[in-house]
Design a protein around this ligand. Sequence first.
Ligand code: ATP
Length: 663
Amino acid sequence: MAKKKNNKNIIYSFRFNFMWIWAGIIAAIILYSFFGEGRALPVTSEWNTVEQMIRQGEVERIKVVNKNTAQVYLTDEAIAAYRAGDENSRFKNIPEQGEQLNFTIGSVDILDRDVKQAVEDSGLEDNPVALEYFNESTGWGDVLLNILPWVFLVGVWFFFIRSMSRGAGGAGGNIMNVGKARAQEFDKDNPDKRVTFKDVAGLSEAKIEIMEIVDFLRKADKYRELGAKIPKGALLVGPPGTGKTLLAKAVAGEANVPFLSISGSDFVEMFVGVGASRVRDLFEQAKQKAPCIVFIDEIDAIGRARGKNAGFSGNDERENTLNQLLTEMDGFQTNAGVIVLAATNRADILDKALMRAGRFDRQIDVGLPDVKEREEIFNVHLRHIKLDEGIDRSFLAKQTPGFSGADIANVCNEAALIAARNNKSKVEREDFVAAIDRIVGGLEKRHKTMSQAERRATAIHEAGHATVMWRLKDCDPVLKVTVIPRGNSLGATWSVPDEERVHVTNEVLEAKLAGMLGGRIAEEVNYGTLGAGALSDLERATKITYAMVAYYGMSKKIGPISYYDAAGTRDTFTKPFSEHTAVEIDGEVRRIMEEAYQRARAIIEADNEKINQMADLLLEKETIYAEDIVPILGASAQTKDAATEPATEDAPATVAAGVTVAD
Ligand code: ATP
């Protein structure tokens, strides 16, 4: 049976394009050259035929072109005779004008000799076959062959220049504009783009600082009268996604001065000198608009410390760009009325000259939000989401320690997507929990094939983590334990710090290590085998231990020394310590790990029966919460502790808290 074509919905549309015109012209030329005017073409022949014709006195002259082709011109009578002759003759359609035959010759000398011989043989008195020699070019073909490679080369060159100048910030894609800075002027009258401080949640100190800068520009006289100098710039520093760019956009939306925005990478170009010229151009534009704010996002692209990679001369261009920025910000020229805001994740790698007072006078820290700020950020991002009434924003904020503003925006969106996938009319609490789980742990893989024995081993592993963390008061309280595979892990134990502040001490880290090793030890105690599934636990534990010894100075033997290199400028081939110290560091790392191991093992051996009970419950329910663990293990060490000694709210925060997941 013939296959039925289902092409009902296909709509063929013809779109006009200049390429069609070109294709038409080329096709016309080709067709004309083949069939134009119905022209008769000379017959390709061979010497024997021509010799015959010479003997009969039919040839008027022979034109030898480029020493390889002979064009034969017949006498008028011969042409007339052939054209009037037999229908089947090869020569019935020979042209009346121009050459009638042609053939390829081997050598000019031989042709000359053969023609003379044929003339002689003809015995005719008047048979002056003229031999003429010509060198002819093939006309257009030759010209094209010579020119085409150049056209091609110039075309390729032009294409590259155009795409480079367009792609990397050259204005308008014109090569002449490659040195121009493509700064965007913020259009605050466009309601779609306008961001105000209402859209930026939390960050109250940063907002005050940054608004003050706007005030400097607007009421400069007030400050100058008192003899104060107007700051030249402010640097927004903080981890990714904490709202630095958003804050700058809000300044643009609120300030009544022009706002030019550009990214650090827009200065970077393949051509030498382009970066510097773009910096000059940017400040030129800004000065014309003064008072004005210039915002450079991701300034580390050009502001990285100079001279660190002396061996690689490729940095010269970046250094030139940076030098130009330094001079523009505080050089001989005045740039009164221009304030530069810049954002970076890595203030530590910036050049010291850029950071000094007089250039970026102020450094504004935009850190990860605390629980209150997270609640405010949730409020901002939940504004446009259809929510179930029961959603408690403070619960969401508590579930997301260590999340940045961008992460929270992502949670809100992900929750809405999950609710839509389940055809709900409102986003519910469980959708948010699923979104947080997904963002922290990765995609759920419920359908991963696992044998019953493997599932039980995973349950034992997770119960091991949970039990050790439950028993040690310095561990973060366990939130839930699950054996649903997610991302790369087969199960997970979630713990979330109760309070926001985490004053990290060696005791906290040692307890954390024991908790991480708990999973592997539980498998070892119950099965007597060592599983490879504990890889990520071991990797994390080893990193923490190295940090304790080599960075935080927590080992008595090594002493209060830190080999940490915040700027990341040390070369990777040499160690900052001797071989002897390296051996000692290794020894200390091993000792700390061993102690953590013994501590966890003691707990697991004592509680092994309960661990098995917990594993059974896990296999039955897949996910269990802290309230399910209480009947098995009793109250957790953290809650017992909290009952006797109330938590202090204002302890100094040294390391940001975050959800911890032990796989
Ligand atoms: P990066 O350093 O990676 O460029 P950034 O600090 O500049 O990051 P933004 O681009 O400002 O981060 O923030 C990304 C998104 O996160 C914003 O568009 C916004 O949706 C959300 N966000 C971040 N912080 C906040 C905040 N304080 N209030 C509301 N939304 C926020």
